[in-house]
Design a protein around this ligand. Structure first.
Ligand SMILES: Cc1ncc(COP(=O)(O)O)c(C=O)c1O
Length: 364
């Protein structure tokens, strides 16, 4: 599911100069935003929570969409945020009337809008909602390779997770529209911890993946991985919020690759879109468009589990949404669309390192 480094990228492993936060964030900044780097996006969200709480005397009320991976909430929970999960519809867009009703009793301090799977959410509507409720808006572009039309231009904060979209061991960047917040944000981030993850486990895994023949990788997919309905237990996050030096150098080398990554992802998505045309019981979840996808999202309705098993049998590293928060699962009617989407959608890789041939064979 993850892009692989090219051999020449590995020069980043040699000791050398590193780039500062703003310079390293150049491809993701649209203007004069201040940049702060972390190892993972979940830490960036926790830093915003700590920053907000540093100026006030109560927990930050953080609104997240109900279709949000529970594992990614661990750091904000530990930072003391009060979480409110707002409902998304079957199209993954916030259900604005329900949000407005909810805001009457528990208005957000921080409002997270997710650009799911690389596709632009409605920032105009979200910015209007944030203004109405007095919240700061965080554009969660964790699935997006880089800024584009409708993405990255409206949030008070914007979060990108290049460790998900580029071949880098770790790395997530938080952009703050108001640069004057940077010193306090930096202090809030430092309070999360000062250690960086070791990049070596990532490197070893990627080198093995690069070296093994496709048949062996396919066999591994068939034999391992969680079952369709498994929700991973909520685990403590490794206490390593800081961007590693190796990732900093890998990111500097990958800066020029965003456009090519986006193009390849769109091409791969089109290949899969054609391959699933006419496939019984399945259809592409997103329409064709200009955005660079993170995954190819296939809506399989009631047949999702069977399709998931069949894809895995063919060696496709297919995924489902990993888990939902217990607060969401406890109120399935209120969060009906999120629970339904967890059950219906499966995800196929479209990243820049996936070979073109297996793509269409998987969906034959
Ligand atoms: C929408 C969204 N936001 C944030 C995160 C957290 O990112 P990270 O895995 O870098 O902590 C995830 C994780 O998958 C995510 O899906």
């Amino acid at each position: 599911m993850a892009p692989l480094p090219e051999w020449r990228d590995l020069a980043a492993l040699l000791p050398g100069r590193t780039t500062g936060d703003d310079g390293l964030a150049a491809p993701w900044r649209r203007g004069d935003e201040g940049a702060l780097w972390f190892s993972r996006g979940a830490w960036a969200l926790a830093a915003v929570v700590r920053w907000w709480q540093g100026a006030g005397d109560r927990p930050a009320r953080l609104w997240l969409p109900d279709y949000f991976c529970n594992a990614s909430t661990k750091a904000v929970r530990d930072a003391g945020a009060e979480l409110v999960f707002y409902p998304v519809g079957e199209d993954l867009h916030p259900q604005w009337p329900a949000l407005r009703a909810l805001a009457r009793s528990a208005p957000p301090d921080l409002f997270v809008l997710v650009h799911y799977f690389g596709h632009a959410a409605d920032c105009g509507a979200a910015a209007a909602f944030a203004a109405e409720t007095g919240a700061l808006m965080i554009e969660d572009a964790a699935h997006v390779p880089g800024p584009t039309i409708g993405i990255g231009g409206d949030g008070d904060f914007v979060l990108y997770c290049p460790h998900k979209t580029l071949a880098v061991s770790d790395g997530a960047v938080l952009l703050a529209r108001d640069r004057s917040a940077l010193p306090a944000l930096t202090r809030a981030a430092a309070g999360l911890g000062r250690r960086a993850p070791a990049p070596w486990p990532w490197l070893v895994r990627r080198l093995v993946q690069k070296s093994l023949p496709a048949a062996l990788l396919g066999a591994r997919v068939r034999l391992t991985g969680p079952a369709f309905a498994d929700d991973a237990p909520l685990q403590a996050m490794a206490p390593t919020p800081v961007l590693s030096r190796v990732a900093r150098r890998l990111l500097a080398g990958a800066q020029g690759k965003l456009a090519a990554t986006g193009l390849q992802r769109r091409r791969n998505e089109e290949t899969l879109r054609r391959a699933c045309d006419g496939l019984a019981g399945c259809q592409a979840f997103f329409d064709s468009g200009p955005d660079a996808p993170y995954r190819f999202v296939l809506d399989c309705g009631d047949g999702a589990e069977d399709r998931f098993k069949a894809l895995r049998q063919r060696g496709c590293p297919v995924e489902t949404w990993p888990d939902l928060a217990p607060e969401v699962l406890a109120e399935p009617e209120r969060h009906a669309a999120a629970v339904d989407l967890r059950r219906r959608l499966v995800f196929l890789p479209v990243h820049q390192s996936v070979a073109p041939r297996p793509l269409s064979n998987w969906l034959r």
